[in-house]
Design a binder for this molecule. Structure first.
Ligand SMILES: NC(=O)c1ccc[n+]([C@@H]2O[C@H](COP(=O)([O-])OP(=O)(O)OC[C@H]3O[C@@H](n4cnc5c(N)ncnc54)[C@H](OP(=O)(O)O)[C@@H]3O)[C@@H](O)[C@H]2O)c1
Length: 306
């Protein structure tokens, strides 16, 4: 199978590449340098005419779109680029897939919800994004659905990995720089290791791409690792794991603060918990555990630091 991976240098993209390679011949489009063992076109995905030309030339049987505009606060002022990458690009990929009978895998976010619920969000629950980022990701989902292409969209939350911009690496950096940290304690969610999301993606794609005509479970699914925590709880878990592995030798003192005590440009949902029952019932996919995943990720970060 001829597979196109976008966003190959991102948190998820880096984890996807080795897990897609057993499924076929992977080519990447990205702005940065990617792995040596796949063809990478350095292109700006914001140029949709160029994307269309590339698709017609490459003719992938499967597109895995891990590219996204993920700067949640900056999106409040950079609305146009956020919508271009998060909404128009997926729409363009999806319409090409629909016209050419190809498959699309795409990723979305817990931030499509308002966070006013008191029970985990299911796939069919009403959306209500609070931020430009959330609106742009929701618009991407809608464009894909409207295209009529065969698609799998995985909504996920609080993604971390050993590279890129994420809460784990930020906490580890701040712990070395500051003696005291204020951490938000009234937003809760399900942190998800990018590697686990990549593994789940590969599992779904094996089932879907192996028999696209017989596969009847296209659509939007929720996947996150298990464990509902606040950012404060998550920081404590990160520091526990970092102490245990020896990555940190002393910890900053932590103060739990409300969202109002930590002003940010974009509003975040307070209750950002996705329900993963559907993906478990349909595909037998159990969420990976937070503690074990975090520990493994931190061991890797430590190895990379050495
Ligand atoms: N991060 C989270 O906490 C989180 C939470 C929920 C859902 N998600 C979703 O999960 C998916 C993966 O997120 P991630 O954390 O892996 O994102 P990421 O680390 O920010 O990676 C995004 C990738 O997209 C590329 N990209 C963005 N704009 C581009 C452009 N104009 N041209 C070419 N490449 C471009 C980036 O390249 P550059 O580095 O060159 O910009 C990067 O390789 C996304 O759909 C995201 O919305 C993420």
């Amino acid at each position: 199978m001829n597979i196109l991976l976008t966003g190959a240098s991102g948190q998820l993209g880096q984890e996807l590449l080795p897990r897609l390679q057993p499924l076929g011949q992977v080519s990447c489009i990205d702005r940065a340098v990617s792995a040596d063992d796949c063809v990478t076109l350095r292109e700006d995905l914001a140029d949709l005419n160029r994307v269309e030309i590339l698709l017609n030339r490459m003719r992938p049987e499967l597109i895995v779109n891990a590219a996204a505009y993920t700067a949640v606060d900056r999106a409040e002022t950079e609305t146009e680029p956020a919508f271009r990458i998060n909404a128009e690009l997926p729409g363009c990929l999806a319409r090409w897939c629909a016209r050419n009978d190809r498959l699309l895998m795409h990723y979305s976010t817990d931030y499509v919800f308002s966070g006013e619920a008191r029970a985990p969000y299911r796939e069919e629950d009403p959306t209500g994004p609070l931020s430009v980022y959330g609106e742009s990701k929701l618009a991407g989902e809608c464009a894909i659905t409207a295209s009529g292409c065969r698609h799998l969209v995985l909504r996920t939350s609080w993604v971390y990995s050993g590279h890129g911009n994420n809460f784990v690496l930020t906490m580890l950096r701040l712990a070395r720089e500051r003696p005291k940290l204020n951490i938000v304690a009234d937003q809760v969610g399900r942190p998800t290791w990018a590697r686990n999301l990549a593994r789940v993606s590969a599992t779904l794609l094996e089932k879907a791409a192996g028999n696209p005509a017989g596969f009847d479970r296209w659509g939007i699914w929720h996947y996150c690792d298990s464990g509902v925590v606040s950012w404060y709880d998550f920081a404590c878990a990160i520091f526990d794991a970092a102490l245990e592995t020896g990555l940190l030798s002393r910890l900053p003192s932590l103060t739990a603060v409300p969202t109002s005590g930590f002003p940010q440009a974009a509003k975040r949902p307070l209750y950002s918990v996705l329900d993963t029952t559907a993906i478990r019932e349909a595909f037998g996919i159990e969420p990976a555990g937070l503690q074990a995943s975090l520990h493994e990720c931190i061991v890797e970060i430590q190895k990379n630091d050495e």
